[in-house]
Design a protein around this ligand. Structure first.
Ligand SMILES: [Zn+2]
Length: 271
């Protein structure tokens, strides 16, 4: 039976929670390569709504609006709907969970790869350098006519105003996120599989991995690779995990990462 460290107030004595955090820190120290697989739960802690949860935006909006057919048919309608959602994302900042993952990479001097289902770019903004965005990113957009790619400085103002952003060629720009009816970006997915093959520790954070093909990624890890779940609610993965933390990612991860000795010796190390 997997031990579950519940971080809800009053469920476990503080000593028990500390024990779990020390075990997680030991896993971080032992692994030469670490991979994170993150989902909406990491972003919701930055105030970004979850697409799929019961309180997510699909409750109020049709999934249809995020289909590629709809986008191609009526980009004006898509962008007029999308403006407020986009504003919520670009105003969001990395939270303690994003920062802890970036800090782990910085201080442990090891390979820390982040495979994420999130499209907000917050892992990169937090400072993680190896991020594989399997559902794409809102930080760039590409022309449907000539495929030219632009970064957000080009289209941000249009998107915020609910206008259709256009390419120099006059074509419509589409955010580089995976819409319903589109394939996942092959390069990011292949890089994610490779990260799973190579890792010595997998931390699944903020997702119950019910959406394929991302849900199949943990099975790409070698047998015997420790597998840790950090999520606010129970997940179907809990029983296979080595350790389960039921709590906010921004609560659990920083406390474990702070126990990993820093190998950074330059003047930038302020800790
Ligand atoms: Zn173009």
């Amino acid at each position: 039976m997997t031990k579950i460290y519940d971080f809800d107030e009053g469920v476990l004595p503080e000593e028990e929670r500390e024990k779990g955090l020390a075990l997680l820190a030991t896993c971080f120290k032992a692994a030469r390569k670490i991979a994170f697989l993150t989902g909406a739960g990491v972003s919701t802690e930055s105030g970004i709504p979850d697409f799929r949860s019961s309180t997510g935006i699909y409750n109020t909006t049709s999934e249809e609006i995020f289909s590629i057919d709809h986008f191609n048919r009526d980009p004006e309608r898509f962008y007029s709907f999308f403006a407020s959602f986009y504003r919520g994302i670009i105003e969001a900042r990395p939270n303690a969970g994003h920062l802890a993952i970036a800090e782990l990479e910085r201080r442990c001097g090891k390979s820390v790869e982040v495979v994420t289902q999130n499209i907000d770019g917050l892992h990169g903004l937090a400072g993680s350098t190896k991020v594989h965005e399997i559902h794409g990113t809102l930080r760039s957009a590409s022309c449907l006519t000539c495929e030219r790619r632009y970064d957000e400085s080009r289209f941000s103002a249009d998107m915020l105003a609910g206008r259709v952003p256009k390419c120099d060629c006059g074509g419509v720009l589409k955010p580089d996120v995976v819409f319903y009816g589109e394939e996942l970006p092959a390069a990011a997915f292949i890089a994610s599989q490779r990260a799973m093959w190579e890792t010595e520790l997998l931390v699944v954070a903020g997702t119950s991995l019910q959406v394929y093909p991302a849900a199949g990624l943990p099975r790409e890890c070698d047998a015997g690779v420790p597998f840790i779940v950090v999520n606010k609610t129970e997940t179907p993965l809990d029983r296979q995990a080595s350790l389960v933390f039921r709590g906010a990612i921004g609560d659990v991860l920083p406390r474990a990462v702070s126990q990993v000795p820093s190998v950074v010796t330059d003047d930038n190390d302020v800790r």
